[in-house]
Design a binder for this molecule. Structure first.
Ligand SMILES: *Cc1c(COP(=O)(O)O)cnc(C)c1O
Length: 383
């Protein structure tokens, strides 16, 4: 059997929508307008309608979107933000770029999203430490809907309300995922999306967006993304930055957005195939919680023999990934200096050792999934 590696997701998407993407891109070139024109404005309206929020502001990346969410809430030096260590480094980098201090919470071992009980413990322990030391004040929570699985928003929101904390959703991996029929991005005070090319909704370059129902926060993000200009050009009312979704990216995102739901259902179909074909193995398979519509940004299995399995697949031409091999608090740039509870982050540590992302793309063929699963079975039988 010869496994043929699938085309990269952005390339497959381009081929699937080539005529309309070429036309959209040519139209932008002919318009002569490349920054904050009609395409960005139209995409912002369409994406807000998709998520179910009043407002969407296009920005240059998902990392910028997170930073601008925090800054729109006036969070920065002297403030602390709770998030997870099992995530893309961007989540924590954005908190520090806003000038705030990250506080790390462990994840649930089955959904890999923030565990609400650990969130409570961490808040209590942090409070306790503030009695004897002067620490930044807890102001916000950033749950990450990792791999396309929504975090437990009802529990997180009730903790946030009791403690008057802002909630900013990291939706970089969860475009179209929902919980109780409500899309990720519509639960928190604000939410940040990334349109990095490999995301569930991906541009052909960098891009991101902030969504919110709060008009004041939306206005702050709009000003902050362009030098702090509010009503008058060249008059900075806030200390803003330059972070704009450009017209070429917005135009291609408008071509791809109507197909997002179908791409996500293809992902769920392939996840169902993986689930059936690997059901009787020793692997721990991903599961959607109750009332969850999983977006399967990644299909992540767990195995204590992860590295050997990965190697076996690699030799046979099947490329897998590890998201993420090193938790944030063990990365060279962050270790020894971030607040974590005394109990540590045990689920995060185990996840880093055991997770393996199998090939997942709406353009993957069912036949390819069958081949991948038969190689995995071969690997497990031989071990
Ligand atoms: C991709 C990603 C980001 C950052 O998005 P960029 O557009 O690459 O800046 C943030 N958080 C998570 C969980 C991500 O996967």
């Amino acid at each position: 059997m010869i496994f043929r590696a699938p085309l990269s997701l952005p390339a497959a998407r381009y081929r699937a929508h080539r005529a309309r993407i070429d036309e959209a891109v040519a139209n932008v070139f002919h318009s002569g307008r490349f920054i904050l024109g009609d395409q960005t404005a139209a995409f912002e309206n369409e994406f807000a309608a998709f998520v179910g929020t009043a407002q969407c502001i296009g920005v240059a990346s998902g990392t910028d979107a997170l930073e601008l969410c925090l800054r729109a809430c006036d969070l920065g030096p002297g403030d602390a933000v709770l998030t997870v260590a099992h995530t893309a480094v961007a989540t924590v980098a954005a908190i520090e770029r806003a000038g705030a201090t990250p506080v790390l919470v462990d994840v649930d071992s089955s959904t890999f999203t923030m565990e609400p009980n650990r969130l409570l413990d961490t808040i209590q322990e942090y409070d306790h430490c503030t009695r004897t030391a002067k620490l930044p004040k807890l102001k916000a929570i950033i749950p990450v809907h990792l791999y396309g699985h929504p975090a437990d928003m009802p529990s997180i929101l009730s903790i946030a309300r009791a403690r008057r904390l802002q909630v900013i959703e990291d939706c970089a991996q969860s475009h179209g995922a929902s919980l109780r029929d409500r899309l990720t991005g519509s639960w928190g005070n604000l939410a940040a999306f990334s349109f990095y090319p490999t995301k569930n909704l991906g541009a052909f370059g960098d891009g991101g967006a902030v969504v919110t129902n709060n008009p004041r926060l939306a206005e702050n993000v709009r000003a902050l993304r362009e030098y702090g200009w509010r009503t008058t050009r060249y008059v900075s009312e806030l200390r803003g930055i330059n972070s704009r979704l450009d017209e070429l990216q917005a135009a291609t995102l408008r071509v791809l957005l109507p197909g997002l739901a179908k791409e996500n259902s293809e992902r769920r179909k392939l996840a169902g195939d993986y689930g059936r074909l690997l059901a009787t193995t020793s692997l721990t398979l991903p599961q959607a919680g109750t009332n969850v519509l999983h977006a399967f940004h990644q299909y992540v299995i767990r195995s204590p023999a992860r590295d050997a399995l990965r190697q076996f697949l690699e030799v046979r031409g099947i490329a897998t990934q590890v998201h993420y091999p090193v938790p944030i608090h063990r990365q060279p740039a962050y270790r020894q200096r971030l607040f974590i509870a005394r109990a540590g982050l045990p689920n995060t540590e185990v996840a880093a050792r055991q997770v393996l992302s199998l090939p997942m793309s709406p353009y993957l063929k069912q036949e390819q999934v069958r081949q991948i699963c038969s190689v995995i079975r071969e690997a497990l039988e031989g071990s």
